[in-house]
Design a binder for this molecule. Structure first.
Ligand code: SF4
Length: 720
């Protein structure tokens, strides 16, 4: 038996695993006791990784050979790799020649490794000259990115996992960490047991498992978070709980914020948020006066039409009370996906460039162009996720390359996304699994390696970079994601810059050497940036294990906690308060659509279930899809548990069993995000076939982060 250290491919906790293998078979997995994210622990998803790899369902659903469809709807036929990549290059080059570089788009994934992300970004922005590259991280963390940048000056989570044991007050908001980040939650439970004086506040429309540990539970109305935070600040000011010295020495913009929150009185907050004024006062007091307050937050803040405002309003509270830059204190965004952080580091979003540079900044574009050896990086803003599929549906983007993600299930307003995939003239899907909803639309299917086979790095929520290692050889004709992108780039260079030296001089024969060369180039791009890792190498990761950034040349370890000196990465070194007034959700409930539908994760499933859905035991916790409603709402509609109901929004409708649930309030409903067409079918408002909860959700997005409001839609619920 061989043992290989790697990282769990599911959530942003980033647990270390030891993979056991015999020849080409993965035979076991256990937690890595030396990994600082989990110290040997794994949750139900991580501890069954080997079973999902060996599952007979996985054997049937893996994509192992390149496939081509002569026309949409036809059966996909095998094609050789060279022919497939040659065809892709010819189609992309033809589209670019005829319609310009912005007629193509790349939609990638927070599941990709940092090296994969780096190459795709360079391919789009460096070789092709389009910024039309975005990722499903847009659906995950872009509001957190925008919130950090607007207030602290850089996209850098300041806290770390160890802070949970130093905290005296934990403020969970928009996060069911007990299910979404289980191993971090175990650490929180341990910290609580060791420190009975710790206060826990949970703000969430649902009384989740996380709320089960709360000393104070705030069942806020969906989308009312900004009002909650501004109301807490109003009380902190009134009671003298803000830290005037810290505000004066380390921040700007407080007067404007003070004026903004003046009318966020407890009475008004109580009316908008639906919570007692006394509970608001308790929350404000605990947050401001505890020795150390740590906020833990996730998609409840991010997946919102006011996502940036929600993030910034929470960070305002930390700055106003000096609950930042010390052990146990700070705003701490929990990353949804395993490598949404790494993608942000290499600039793998339509508005970013390598190493936290901004596309809108001419100096940043020049730096990246020099690094890549190209004349320039285009200034034209790229299309973000929702914009990209809308542009494809409108015929503006004609060729799409989709890697390691399933937008036909996971994007909001599924009807528009499917129309985009139908209208696009050429769709490449690079995937490990052949059966995703998106794969049905592919002209070309390119088989990629997956967990246990891949080589590279990921970064978790606490800025910690870990190695991903291959335990078994790539099966069939699968190739690594970064290597596929490099080989496509080589073919495309023959069309776009014939005779010129390649911009992609990495070996795809030796996967370890090639991936390390890509990572080394990324490392160099971070020099003198906030995430500088010029002191790190794969040799050091091998010797010392996972490391946090920044770790600049000359440093021996990474930085555990940021801003301990009170100096922020802004022009004047001061953090900035951001004054945002509360805005209601994009689609408030109304008489025709009287329920506020919220969405979220299950404990034992991951994303669209390509991997977790292959294992029966992971259905033990929740066996089938349902919509949850308050029992009083069910009684009023003469519904019994198990009855089939139509859940209908302005965009589509699905049929699903209803279940009584007292963890949600009246006039609210909840559905899990995972179930796809195998479990849950529906139709669009114009009659097309759809699947899953995103038949219902809205693509309305935050004007700053462009992150869509996947968390909320107005629906009606009627007996089927
Ligand atoms: Fe994997 Fe997240 Fe579970 Fe850790 S907590 S084992 S990273 S799914």
């Amino acid at each position: 038996m061989t043992e290989t250290k790697s990282t769990c491919p599911y959530c942003g906790v980033g647990c270390g695993v030891i993979i056991e293998s015999q020849g080409p078979q993965i035979t076991g997995v256990r937690g890595d006791p030396t990994h600082p994210a989990n110290f040997g622990r794994l949750c139900t998803k991580g501890s069954t990784l080997h079973l999902t790899a060996a599952s007979p369902v996985t054997q049937q659903t893996r994509l192992l050979h390149p496939l081509h469809r002569s026309q949409r709807g036809a059966a996909a036929q095998p094609i050789a790799w060279d022919a497939a990549l040659g065809m892709a290059a010819q189609r992309f080059a033809g589209t670019i020649a005829q319609h310009g570089p912005d007629a193509v788009g790349f939609y990638v994934s927070g599941q990709l490794l940092t090296e994969d992300y780096y190459i795709f970004n360079k391919l789009a922005k460096g070789l092709i000259g389009t910024n039309n590259i975005d990722t499903n991280s847009r659906l995950c963390m872009s509001s957190a990115v925008a919130g950090y940048k607007a207030t602290l000056g850089a996209d850098a989570p300041p806290a770390c996992y160890d802070d949970v044991k130093h905290a005296q007050c934990l403020f969970f908001v928009g996060s069911n960490a007990a299910w979404a980040h289980p191993i971090l939650f175990r650490r929180i439970e341990d910290a609580r047991a060791a420190n009975p004086g710790m206060k826990v506040i949970v703000a969430d429309p649902r009384r989740t498992d996380t709320a089960g540990m709360a000393d104070l539970f705030l069942p806020i109305e969906p989308g009312s978070d900004v009002m909650l935070f501004n109301g807490m600040l109003h009380l902190m000011l009134r009671e003298g709980w803000v830290d005037a010295d810290y505000i004066g020495a380390h921040t700007t913009g407080f007067e404007a914020l003070k004026a903004l929150v003046a009318d966020c009185t407890p009475e008004r907050v109580s009316a908008v948020c639906g919570i007692p004024a006394a509970d608001l006062a308790t929350a404000a007091q605990w947050f401001a006066t505890s020795k150390a307050t740590l906020s833990l937050y996730c998609q409840g803040l991010n997946q919102s039409s006011s996502g940036t405002a929600k993030n910034a309003a929470l960070i305002n509270l930390h700055l106003a009370t000096a609950q930042i830059g010390k052990p146990g204190a700070g705003p701490f965004s929990l990353t949804g996906q395993p490598n949404a952080m790494g993608g942000r580091e290499v600039g793998g979003l339509a508005n970013l460039l390598s190493a936290h540079r901004d596309l809108a900044n001419p100096a940043h574009r020049a730096e990246v162009a020099a690094l890549w050896g190209v004349a320039d990086v285009p200034a034209r803003p790229g299309k973000t996720a929702v914009e990209m599929f809308q542009a494809a549906a409108d015929g503006e983007i004609r060729a799409l390359w989709i890697a390691c993600t399933n937008p036909a299930q996971s994007m909001p307003d599924q009807a528009t996304v499917r129309r985009a995939l139908e209208r696009a003239e050429f769709v490449v899907v690079q995937e490990a699994f052949a059966t995703t909803a998106t794969a049905q639309y592919a002209d070309l299917l390119l088989p990629a390696t997956t967990w246990g086979e891949k080589v590279g790095t990921v970064t978790n929520s606490e800025r910690r970079i870990s190695r991903v290692r291959s335990a078994v050889p790539a099966p069939g004709q699968t190739r690594h994601d970064w290597a596929i992108a490099v080989q496509f780039a080589h073919q495309l260079e023959a069309h776009l810059r014939p005779g010129a030296p390649s911009l992609f001089p990495y070996s795809t024969e030796d996967a370890d050497a090639g991936a390390e060369a890509v990572w080394n180039e990324h490392r160099e791009s971070t020099r003198d940036r906030d995430l500088d890792i010029t002191g790190l190498s794969w040799t050091l990761l091998e010797a010392n294990g996972p490391q946090q950034w920044p770790l600049p040349e000359g440093a021996s370890t990474g930085k555990v906690r940021l801003y301990e000196d009170g100096i922020y990465p802004t022009a004047d070194g001061r953090a900035r308060f951001a004054a945002h007034a509360w805005q209601p959700v994009a689609e408030p409930r109304e008489s025709r659509y009287p329920f506020a539908l919220t969405t979220g994760r299950l404990r034992d499933q991951w994303h669209g279930m390509s991997r977790t859905g292959t294992l029966g035991r992971l259905f033990g916790h929740v066996a089938e899809p349902s919509v949850q409603m308050h029992p009083d709402d069910m009684a009023q509609r003469q519904l019994q548990g198990g009855d089939l109901v139509h859940v209908t929004s302005k965009r589509g409708s699905i049929v699903v069993p209803v279940q009584a649930d007292t963890t949600i309030g009246r006039s609210q409903a909840f559905m899990a995000m995972h179930w796809g067409s195998e479990y849950l079918s529906g139709q669009s408002s114009t009659g097309g076939r759809l699947s899953g909860v995103n038949a219902l959700t809205t693509s309305a997005y935050c004007p700053t982060s462009k992150q869509p409001e996947l968390k909320h839609a107005a629906v009606k619920i009627l007996k089927a």
